[in-house]
Design a protein around this ligand. Structure first.
Ligand code: PGA
Length: 243
């Protein structure tokens, strides 16, 4: 039997109170069917009330600031997220790199802050279509990993391989392409620090309830980061049931 995988729902900027409550209620009703571990990453405004109400669900944030307190208008710190029972933090999603100009030195500080607070970072890496066409995927990943992942850390991190060209497009790499990349990522991070050898490497980008079946069969894909399909509760539950 395959081991349970980690499925992360990235709701992005979607859902108001009632939709989020209904979604989580349904997850709890169907909990007996669920075979994989999962984390829900709602908009920050929803985390506290969901985490208070649904103690059996793990919640994550979609971003954080690198400092715990200070003059950073509009930002939310890891300490604040921890205070509302958030357990995971997505760091470096390509939408934040693009729309919020997040660079590697900023992401390094964010990762350090999440790790220091004992939350689990889900660090997103991936190439854009130009780099893919030029055969530069590995170079991009190498740079994204070696300039950001802390060298002397012994705590767990999670890496999400999310090719930018696959996000929200309906396109995905093949299972064997993802496997190759995941093995490469594992090689790089283990060189950074041998304690990363058990790191979970999940895949994200146009995952749906159909293609997830094949992704989850692979022993080199430790889980999935799901955007669009994580807003459709029945389809999301069918990904959680899949083993
Ligand atoms: P998608 O998004 O599943 O809608 O492609 C994935 C992501 O951005 O994490």
């Amino acid at each position: 039997m395959n081991k349970a995988k980690l499925i992360v729902a990235n709701w992005k900027m979607n859902f108001l109170n009632q939709e989020a409550l209904n979604f989580c209620k349904k997850l709890i009703q169907k909990r007996k069917l669920i075979k994989n571990k999962y984390v829900i990453c709602p908009p920050t405004t929803l985390i506290q009330q969901l985490a208070l109400k649904f103690k059996n669900i793990s919640f994550g944030s979609q971003d954080c600031h690198y400092d715990n307190f200070g003059p950073y208008t509009g930002d939310i710190s890891v300490e604040m997220l921890k205070n509302i029972n958030c357990k995971y933090v997505i760091v470096g999603h390509s939408e934040r790199r693009k729309h919020h100009f997040e660079n590697q030195s900023l992401l390094k500080r964010k990762l350090e802050s999440v790790i220091k607070s004992n939350l689990l970072p889900i660090y997103c890496v991936g190439e854009d279509i130009k780099d893919k066409r030029k055969g530069k995927t590995n170079n991009v990943l190498l740079s994204q990993l070696k300039n950001t992942i802390p060298k002397s850390n012994k705590k767990k991190i999670i890496i999400a391989y999310e090719p930018i060209w696959a996000i929200g497009t309906g396109l995905t790499p093949t299972v064997s392409e993802i496997e190759k990349v995941n093995l490469y990522i594992k090689k790089i991070i283990t060189k950074i620090n041998s304690s990363y050898k058990k790191t979970l490497i999940i895949y994200g980008g146009s995952v749906n309830n159909k293609n997830s079946v094949n992704f989850l069969k692979s022993e080199f894909i430790d889980g999935l980061l799901v955007g669009g399909t994580s807003l459709k509760v029945d389809k999301f539950i069918s990904i959680l049931n899949c083993k």
